[in-house]
Design a binder for this molecule. Structure first.
Ligand SMILES: C[S@@+](CC[C@H](N)C(=O)[O-])C[C@H]1O[C@@H](n2cnc3c(N)ncnc32)[C@H](O)[C@@H]1O
Length: 205
């Protein structure tokens, strides 16, 4: 892992993704989460303040050691019981099948190289009836915005450490073993449109 991924990118993510407009989304998505929870692409731990005491245990997965280092203080100060796994969500996870009540993904599906594989793995570890809850950015339905997203994607993937601007998240989930239950789609305020089209919802096993 290069110095950009390991040092600079976690610092940038920690600043950019702590914006209040993103905290509003985190609050909404995480408020109903309970039980035994897996969060993929944990990053620097910006979701931690939004988990309620209804969460019994949190397992976090992220392949980037720099993210884990930046998250360490938040993890230590959290009242939650947290287990950390430094792996990719599109690898075979060393986690039992049918285990989790909820899997959480916030602004992560854009960055997972093999997202279809990760969704199969999420489905494997979820209990029957368990939920994936997500808020993600991705492909806009507006042609002019989508064409900019396609144009900017190569440079954005480089700057964003693998982040795609143009993934149709609803389509990925619909094509997975999970059943898409609800997916609100809208532009997040105070954000350039090419990065601001959000997919926010739930899918069940
Ligand atoms: C844009 S950041 C979002 C971080 C966090 N979810 C948040 O909401 O603040 C994307 C995260 O996905 C992680 N990531 C990249 N590839 C991944 C993979 N294959 N499996 C799981 N996480 C991955 C990155 O290390 C990074 O922490």
């Amino acid at each position: 892992m290069g110095i950009y991924s390991d040092r600079l990118f976690p610092w940038v993510i920690d600043k950019l993704m702590a914006r209040e407009v993103m905290s509003e989304q985190r609050r909404q998505v995480l408020e109903p989460v309970k039980g035994d929870v897996l969060e993929i692409g944990f990053g620097t731990g910006l979701n931690l303040p939004f988990y309620s005491s209804a969460v019994d245990r949190l397992t976090i997965v992220d392949p980037n050691a720099g993210m884990h280092r930046r998250a360490a203080k938040r993890i230590n100060e959290s009242p939650l019981s947290i287990e950390s796994v430094q792996l990719r969500a599109d690898d075979a996870l060393p986690l039992d099948e049918n285990r989790f009540d909820t899997v959480v993904s916030t602004w992560t599906m854009c960055s997972i190289p093999d997202l279809s594989r990760a969704l199969v793995e999420i489905s494997r570890v979820l209990k029957p009836g368990g939920r994936l809850v997500f808020v993600e950015h991705g492909l806009s339905p507006e042609k002019s915005v989508a064409s900019w997203q396609n144009r900017l994607n190569p440079i954005h993937r480089w700057l964003g450490d693998g982040c795609h601007l143009n993934r149709d998240i609803a389509q990925f989930i619909s094509g997975s073993p999970l059943a898409l239950e609800k997916c609100d789609q809208f532009y997040m305020r105070d954000t350039p449109r090419f990065a601001g089209w959000l997919y926010r919802g739930t899918a069940t096993k």
